[in-house]
Design a protein around this ligand. Structure first.
Ligand code: FAD
Length: 381
């Protein structure tokens, strides 16, 4: 495995960092307080090409390899203070664009991808239901074929981007097969009769990323909007999760790098007992552990990217990456607060925000417990 980035990848990373610092950070604290989505920032990201990274040029994308995608998300996580905006971008790209790209018909790709790359259509995906979270394949939303359409009925919950989405990939149960074999995916546009979205949830963190409930009441989806084959929804879901568990969590890696810089700077400046607090081993050890987490996170993320770049599946490795990165981010965020003492706990110093954002990472994309179950099952347990 070779994790050396070439010159053009490094240049792109630098330009992403510069762009994010200049264009995406202003007023992020105010937006966070209000829970306001940064539409202008979204449009700027689209103009920069950040919504189009993995999409081939023929569909309006940049045609980038997965390594460059991971590196770009890392740069955004490092430099962009609007973590909710990044979360919305992640949902759009990895859970909506990628499945359409990999499982869509030529017509679907031509219809949706150029508009999604330009940010003119916002996407997301809807699997979770009030009674089916970790046990995703126990969903109850039904899709019944009637002539040239499917009639969908059910409720989806905690859906990222739902309040701002133009289309969602909705997973539903079709036919008579139980469990994973009965799941089918559909592209559902917001104007579809019978489709409605509830008001956004108030969240602990990632507050600028709108999250909502989706109701499908006799929702009439044209048959041509089925994504993949009937019963193919679970394979599609697993495939997109591998992308999400690597590329989305690269933003966590970037955030941990920014967090580390802030902690090192503070530990050098802040004096107690006549000495910089970084000279106290209890403090420097916390910082050393933060660095270890970053380096190990990099290795496992880049390994997943390498496997996928070789055309290999990486279900075990992406579960390990997701688990390790999300738990590392929570621990490093706790340490960052501890290192900053009372200042770290006060919102105005923008250190506690990391923790509020990080906690969600242990839940979405499959909880930590579910990742451990996955890893154990690969070991034959
Ligand atoms: C910020 C955010 C964004 C999200 N975005 C989306 C989205 O865009 N689309 C979407 O479909 N969903 C989304 N979700 C939903 C998310 O995928 C679910 O919340 C998650 O899968 C857990 O499901 P649940 O909340 O129902 O918890 P539950 O499944 O009820 O789990 C509750 C607890 O029980 C544990 N548990 C459950 N089963 C087991 C088991 N077999 N072994 C061990 N422990 C177990 C869990 O780990 C957890 O600790 C989002 C969630 C959040 C927080």
């Amino acid at each position: 495995m070779d994790f050396t980035f070439n010159e053009s990848q490094k240049l792109f990373y630098d330009s992403v960092v510069k762009f994010a610092k200049k264009e995406l950070c202003a007023h992020s604290v105010e937006r966070e307080k209000k829970g306001e989505f940064f539409r202008e920032g979204w449009d700027k990201c689209a103009d920069f090409g950040l919504l189009a990274l993995p999409v081939p040029k023929e569909y309006g994308g940049l045609g980038m390899d997965i390594f460059t995608c991971v590196l770009t998300m890392e740069g955004l996580g490092y430099a962009c203070k609007d973590s909710g905006l990044l979360f919305a971008i992640n949902s759009h790209v990895w859970t909506c664009i990628i499945p359409i790209l990999h499982f869509g018909t030529e017509e679907q790709k031509k219809k949706y991808l150029p508009l999604m790359c330009k940010g003119k259509m916002i996407g997301g995906h809807a699997m979770t239901e009030p009674n089916a979270g970790s046990d995703a394949f126990s969903i109850r939303t039904t899709a019944v074929r009637q002539g040239d359409r499917y009639i969908l009925n059910g409720t989806k919950i905690f859906i990222s981007n739902a309040p701002i989405a133009d289309l969602l990939i909705v997973f539903a149960r079709s036919g008579t097969q139980k469990g994973f074999a009965g799941i089918t995916a559909f592209i559902v546009e917001k104007e579809t009769p019978g489709f409605s979205v509830g008001k956004p949830f108030e969240k602990m963190g990632l507050r600028t990323a709108p999250t909502g409930e989706v109701v499908l009441a006799d929702c009439e989806v044209p048959a041509e909007n089925r994504l993949g084959r009937e019963g193919g929804g679970s394979a599609l879901f697993h495939s997109e999760m591998e992308w999400e568990r690597s590329c989305l969590f690269a933003t966590h890696l970037g955030a941990m790098e920014a967090q580390l810089e802030a902690c090192v700077k503070y530990a050098k400046q802040r004096e107690q007992f006549g000495s910089a607090i970084g000279k106290f081993q209890a403090v420097s050890s916390m910082i050393a552990d933060m660095k270890v987490r970053i380096e190990l996170s990099k290795l496992i993320l880049y390994k997943v990217a390498w496997m996928k770049s070789q055309g290999k599946r990486a279900p075990l490795e992406s579960a390990i990456a997701k688990l390790y990165l999300s738990e590392s981010f929570v621990q490093s965020s706790l340490d960052a607060i501890q290192i900053h003492g009372g200042y770290g706990y006060m919102a105005e110093f923008e250190i506690e925000k990391y923790l509020r954002d990080a906690v969600a990472g242990k839940i979405y994309s499959g909880t930590s417990e579910i990742q451990r179950n996955t890893i154990a099952s690969w070991l034959g347990l």
